[in-house]
Design a protein around this ligand. Structure first.
Ligand SMILES: Nc1nc2c(c(=O)[nH]1)N(C=O)[C@@H](CNc1ccc(C(=O)N[C@@H](CCC(=O)O)C(=O)O)cc1)CN2
Ligand SMILES: Nc1nc2c(ncn2[C@@H]2O[C@H](COP(=O)(O)OP(=O)(O)OP(=O)(O)O)[C@@H](O)[C@H]2O)c(=O)[nH]1
Ligand SMILES: [K+]
Ligand SMILES: [Mg+2]
Length: 455
């Protein structure tokens, strides 16, 4: 399944027509250098040494030149995968890299699966699992804060913390096992001291678990749908907020037909905003499809901005549609406050209310802070740690927490030490699964299948 003996090949850079002045094809494995010698011709007296760049031509079997290129050689173990790695730095675009990749395959390499270079880096001990997961996060980062967060993971901050916890558990296990084997020769166990140690371990686990929510927000971001009756200023709000002219604005109700999206970053969290067609009953089949899409956007969104016009306020129709929504997901927006000195009071709803003028760009700051408050709902705790855990790591840490809590009970009930160690071993195993010290192939598959090809 892992096929570590193969030499793998992939395009390591993004492939797009007429884009990317340089593109990289990468080889890793025992035959990399042999394949490189076959297809790459370096004129003159250039030396094939590790961490050197060679200049030359990539040629096919008939001697035809495919590209003028640079070759970077990184010999085992001084490479990303710790295997022999060869990179061809070719011309960009679509055709050349594809031809060079094919040439590598014809000469004995196999196409790499998604994440397979990084998988090899893990299996060869250069990265642990948390670092590999951080690499996928770094590539996928949509805000500077999420990139910083991923980089902290890549630099091993999270894995050091987990290793420290695991070693504390292992030390405790050793102490307990010594009692099982040579009870008579040792001083009696100090129960209070052991309970204290477990308490401290649990506190650290709790600290880590508290980062999960923010981690999820940073990685995944949030989706916000702007909805409401026609002409209340939904598209104007999208434009004002994103400081673009993404959406068409006119004074005609029913202007927006399709869902229009814009992307921005709020307090480090990537936010996708969806502007939707105004909801009303209509005979126009095109408008009706747009309204169906508004309803789909409502389903997909984490937060719904329900916009009303300050002049008309909260109408019966608003009330009817609002009843269909999940109130905890809604923020009410009273827009066009520049048109009236008397702001409508909306007493019917428990949802937060923000007053804006898309025309004058007012109320946007307040909208942002209420939005972040709403999505985190106090669950995003500010801790002094820079890294965050992902869902897989959270699941494992919850197992650790459960096992340590079980152990507390076992001790309180004065059960024999053998029972304590069972719980402790469970905790140790779960901690090991986070960094990859104790891991199964199916877990590896699940993690690396989410990677892009060439990484
Ligand atoms: N062209 C290119 N750029 C790249 C990568 C790459 O693989 N190729 N990387 C891929 O992710 C990242 C850099 N990561 C790398 C990590 C380690 C080694 C490496 O050769 N390490 C050896 C040698 C170190 C040394 O000589 O001191 C080692 O650690 O033993 C290379 C790249 C980002 N940029
Ligand atoms: N005075 C004032 N006018 C606004 C404001 N926001 C929007 N408008 C105007 O209201 C009209 C409708 O704005 P849109 O942004 O197209 O409204 P919409 O909700 O997207 O409309 P549909 O897509 O048709 O549902 C336009 O003439 C806007 O210029 C505001 O804050 N103040
Ligand atoms: K409109
Ligand atoms: Mg609109």
């Amino acid at each position: 399944m892992l096929d570590l003996g193969d030499t793998i090949a992939a395009i390591a850079t993004a492939v797009a027509p007429e884009q990317g002045s340089i593109a990289i094809v990468r080889l890793s494995g025992g035959d990399s250098v042999k394949i490189a010698h076959t297809i790459f011709h370096a004129p003159g007296k250039q030396i094939w040494e590790s961490h050197r760049i060679l200049y030359g031509y990539i040629q096919n079997a008939t001697g035809q030149t495919i590209d003028e290129a640079l070759l970077l050689l990184m010999l085992a173990p001084r490479s990303y995968t710790r295997e022999d790695v060869v990179e061809f730095h070719c011309h960009g675009g679509m055709m050349t890299v594809q031809k060079v990749l094919n040439l590598c395959i014809q000469n004995g390499a196999r196409l790499a699966r998604p994440g397979e270079f990084t998988l090899r880096a893990v299996l060869n001990g250069r990265l642990d699992l948390t670092q590999a997961e951080a690499i996928a996060d770094l590539i996928g980062a949509k805000s500077s804060a999420s990139a910083d967060n991923a980089l902290a993971g890549l630099q091993g901050k999270l894995s050091q913390y987990i290793q420290k916890l695991r070693h504390q558990c292992l030390d405790l296990l050793a102490e307990l096992e010594a009692r099982i084997d040579f009870d008579e020769d040792l001083v009696p166990l100090n129960y209070d001291h052991i309970q204290k140690q477990i308490f401290l371990l649990l506190e650290q686990v709790h600290q880590l678990l508290a980062t999960a929510e923010r981690g999820e927000l940073l990685r995944r971001g949030i989706k916000v749908a702007i909805v409401g009756r026609p002409n209340v200023g939904k598209s104007s709000l999208l434009n004002a907020w994103s400081q673009t002219e993404r959406a068409i604005v006119t004074d005609l109700p029913g202007t927006t037909r399709d869902v229009v999206d814009a992307y921005l970053v709020v307090q480090g969290i990537p936010v996708e905003i969806l502007d939707t067609a105004g909801i009303r009953s209509t005979d126009d089949p095109v408008e009706q499809i747009g309204i169906d899409r508004s309803r789909q956007a409502i389903q997909k969104a984490d937060i719904i901005l329900w916009v009303v016009d300050a002049l008309t306020g909260w109408t019966k129709e608003d009330e009817r549609l609002y009843q269909e929504l999940e109130a905890s997901k809604v923020i009410a927006i009273v827009n066009k406050i520049d048109l009236t000195a008397e702001l409508p009071q909306i007493s019917q709803i428990k949802t937060p209310i923000i007053y804006t003028s898309a025309l004058n760009h007012t109320g946007i700051d307040q909208l942002e802070s209420v939005l972040i408050e709403q999505v985190s709902q106090g669950k995003v705790q500010q801790t002094n740690v820079t890294y965050t855990i992902n869902q897989r790591q959270q699941t494992a840490l919850l197992q650790v927490q459960q096992a340590l809590q079980n152990m507390q009970t076992t001790i309180t009930q004065k059960l024999p030490i053998d029972f304590w160690t069972i719980d402790l071993r469970t905790a140790i195993q779960a901690l090991g699964s986070i960094t990859g010290e104790e891991i199964t192939e199916s877990v590896l598959d699940r993690i690396f299948s989410k990677f892009c090809i060439g990484k």
